[in-house]
Design a protein around this ligand. Structure first.
Ligand SMILES: *[C@@H]1O[C@H](CO)[C@@H](O)[C@H](O)[C@H]1NC(C)=O
Ligand SMILES: *[C@@H]1O[C@H](CO)[C@@H](O)[C@H](O)[C@H]1NC(C)=O
Ligand SMILES: *[C@@H]1O[C@H](CO)[C@@H](O)[C@H](O)[C@H]1NC(C)=O
Ligand SMILES: *[C@@H]1O[C@H](CO)[C@@H](O)[C@H](O)[C@H]1NC(C)=O
Ligand SMILES: *[C@@H]1O[C@H](CO)[C@@H](O)[C@H](O)[C@H]1NC(C)=O
Ligand SMILES: *[C@@H]1O[C@H](CO)[C@@H](O)[C@H](O)[C@H]1NC(C)=O
Ligand SMILES: *[C@@H]1O[C@H](CO)[C@@H](O)[C@H](O)[C@H]1NC(C)=O
Ligand SMILES: *[C@@H]1O[C@H](CO)[C@@H](O)[C@H](O)[C@H]1NC(C)=O
Ligand SMILES: *[C@@H]1O[C@H](CO)[C@@H](O)[C@H](O)[C@H]1NC(C)=O
Ligand SMILES: *[C@@H]1O[C@H](CO)[C@@H](O)[C@H](O)[C@H]1NC(C)=O
Ligand SMILES: *[C@@H]1O[C@H](CO)[C@@H](O)[C@H](O)[C@H]1NC(C)=O
Length: 467
């Protein structure tokens, strides 16, 4: 622990090496009046170049070793899964006063804040790619659009400082993940954003932070390293707040859903990769799959007074982020008058005309696999399923399937489906908020902890703006 002054009362976590230590629960000031040095952050640059990658990649395809089977087999639950009585009584001796028996990582063994498996490494590396893009994206928007352009959407100087602050939070998130990964941790890349004005910037941010958030929720409870999960959890809760704030800046109801969905890593990577242009030469690659893009032709547009009255108003597949290009000024909600119609940046806005609703026909087009995508165009989209037959609505705690209708395959693959009418709980319509839509060849029953079992059946993927 070279740089970690062994001051009594100072607890420092020793990670890969001393230079990467994270000070934790530092109480040095209460013991000695010595100034503790500020722990260094990971190297980063303020503005990287932007725009699509035009070169030829030096390598292609996801990272892989020997692949043992085409899918993970379905097994029954563990034998002891129902053994614990769950009757409110204590069933074991207490290891210490006021301490129940059980739990993981509770026996006093010293926590080690590092990845412990390929699963851990690849998951945290994915999360790091996400933190890096957010750091750049938030700065880029502030540098690209004028104060007047922000103010036209009700985003004033104090709001812009909050965006600046959210970018800075990403430096901390990138640092903590880099420290847990070690020397080969992915570095900052260059990016391209499907955005040409403030409304599109804010909408892209609220969608991107949603898949960043949901992407981590999907793997967090599966990590081998509980200590790594702990630190990542304490970063992703900030990301969740950023998502909500960008919804507020976009004039949306801040959090219509009662639960946030979790996503498999390959879904998060699928949604993220298209916006990464190129990465440094020695960049660590990922194992995850890139699915083909799903285009929601009538993706609800939160910039409109009637967000569901819309045709082909996105800036492309995957994020399906809003475009304002075709909206006449009198159909924009930002300057509309009246409660329920106006959507200027606010703590909360009622959307009296719902963005989407049960029974809505949703028109879809999707790409064939085999397209190059992601950093240096060095990953290739793939799908191992047959012809898609269902739309999987991944929202809150539920995955619900609706049949695809009028399926047409060819130069353009298209179909439509109808938004389902179901509730997670009484009073909580399941399909709401910024959520996810996948096309699948099977209506496989999956739940939040085994959603990745759906991967072999996924044909294409999108963000859906349900509310
Ligand atoms: C304590 O728990 C850790 C896992 O958190 C385990 O690896 C270790 O063997 C346990 N130690 C003892 C003494 O049981
Ligand atoms: C909304 O109205 C204000 C005041 O008239 C104006 O300055 C602003 O540009 C308008 N915003 C948009 C997006 O048109
Ligand atoms: C989405 O949630 C909001 C907030 O609870 C609610 O007002 C709205 O009606 C919901 N949308 C739908 C389509 O159920
Ligand atoms: C990606 O592009 C960068 C910049 O041109 C280059 O340094 C790097 O080697 C490329 N990586 C791959 C995998 O092609
Ligand atoms: C909003 O647009 C939808 C789709 O075109 C339409 O069915 C609905 O009646 C509109 N709502 C209002 C209040 O105009
Ligand atoms: C949607 O818009 C894009 C670009 O504006 C255009 O190329 C495409 O053909 C349109 N698609 C449909 C189904 O209208
Ligand atoms: C906002 O929407 C809720 C739910 O539809 C409704 O109960 C409430 O009256 C609305 N508030 C205003 C100020 O319109
Ligand atoms: C959705 O289901 C609820 C409860 O069954 C019902 O009251 C409502 O009318 C349904 N809405 C639509 C659009 O089918
Ligand atoms: C679906 O296909 C049928 C038969 O070709 C056609 O009549 C109907 O209009 C189509 N529906 C939509 C929504 O495109
Ligand atoms: C949605 O998820 C909840 C919680 O797991 C479950 O109780 C409910 O039955 C699910 N609803 C549907 C329609 O699948
Ligand atoms: C996922 O888990 C649920 C139980 O929560 C189980 O019923 C279902 O069969 C599992 N799905 C797969 C594909 O393993």
């Amino acid at each position: 622990m070279a740089s970690s002054t062994s001051v009594r009362g100072t607890a420092l976590l020793c990670l890969i090496n001393a230079a990467q230590a994270i000070p934790f629960a530092s109480k040095a000031q209460t013991t000695f009046s010595v100034a503790t040095s500020e722990p260094p952050v990971v190297p980063h640059t303020d503005v990287t170049s932007h725009g699509p990658y035009t070169g030829t990649p030096t390598t292609t395809g996801a990272l892989s070793t020997s692949v043992l089977a085409s899918a993970i087999p379905h097994l029954p639950p563990p034998d002891d899964a129902y053994d614990y009585p769950a009757d409110g009584k204590l069933h074991g001796d207490q290891p210490a006063p006021f301490t129940p028996s059980g739990g993981l990582g509770t026996n006093g063994s010293e926590p080690v804040y590092r990845v412990q498996s390929d699963f851990d490494y690849q998951s945290l590396a994915l999360a790091l790619y996400q933190e890096w893009i957010e750091l750049d994206l938030f700065h880029w928007g502030l540098a690209t659009f004028s104060d007047e352009e922000f103010e036209a959407y009700g985003i004033d100087a104090e709001d812009r400082f909050l965006i600046q602050h959210m970018a800075n939070q990403e430096i901390g998130h990138a640092t903590v993940i880099t420290n847990m990964l070690g020397a080969q941790a992915p570095k900052q890349c260059t990016y391209n954003y499907p955005v040409s004005n403030v409304a599109e910037f804010i909408d892209f941010n609220q969608k991107l932070t949603r898949w960043g958030e949901a992407g981590v929720y999907g793997f967090l409870p599966h990590l081998n390293s509980g200590p790594a999960a702990q630190l990542l959890l304490q970063s992703i809760t900030i990301e969740a707040r950023q998502q909500l704030i960008f919804r507020q800046f976009g004039g949306n109801f801040p959090m219509p859903e009662w639960h946030t969905p979790g996503l498999p890593q390959s879904w998060a990577w699928t949604l993220l990769a298209p916006y990464i242009s190129s990465c440094p030469a020695d960049q660590t690659r990922l194992v995850w799959q890139n699915f083909p893009a799903l285009h929601v032709l009538n993706q609800p547009n939160p910039a409109r007074i009637n967000g569901s009255d819309v045709w082909n108003e996105t800036t492309g597949g995957y994020a399906n982020t809003l475009s304002t290009a075709d909206i006449p000024e009198d159909e924009l909600c930002v300057n509309a008058t009246g409660v329920g119609s106006n959507c200027e940046a606010a703590i909360s806005n009622n959307r009296s005309i719902p963005l989407s609703y049960p029974g809505r026909q949703v028109f879809l087009e999707w790409d064939d696999p085999g397209k190059v995508v992601g950093p240096n165009n060095s990953y290739v989209t793939s799908a191992s399923c047959g012809q898609p037959l269902f739309a999987a609505w991944v929202s809150q705690l539920n995955v619900t399937y609706t049949p695809l209708q009028n399926i047409s395959l060819g130069d353009v693959n298209s179909a439509y489906t109808v938004q389902p009418n179901m509730s997670t709980w009484e009073g909580d319509p399941a399909v709401n908020g910024t959520m996810f839509l996948a096309l699948t060849d099977l209506d496989l029953y999956v739940t939040p902890y085994n959603l990745s079992m759906l991967n072999p059946h996924v044909a294409a993927l999108a963000v859906y703006q349900a509310g």
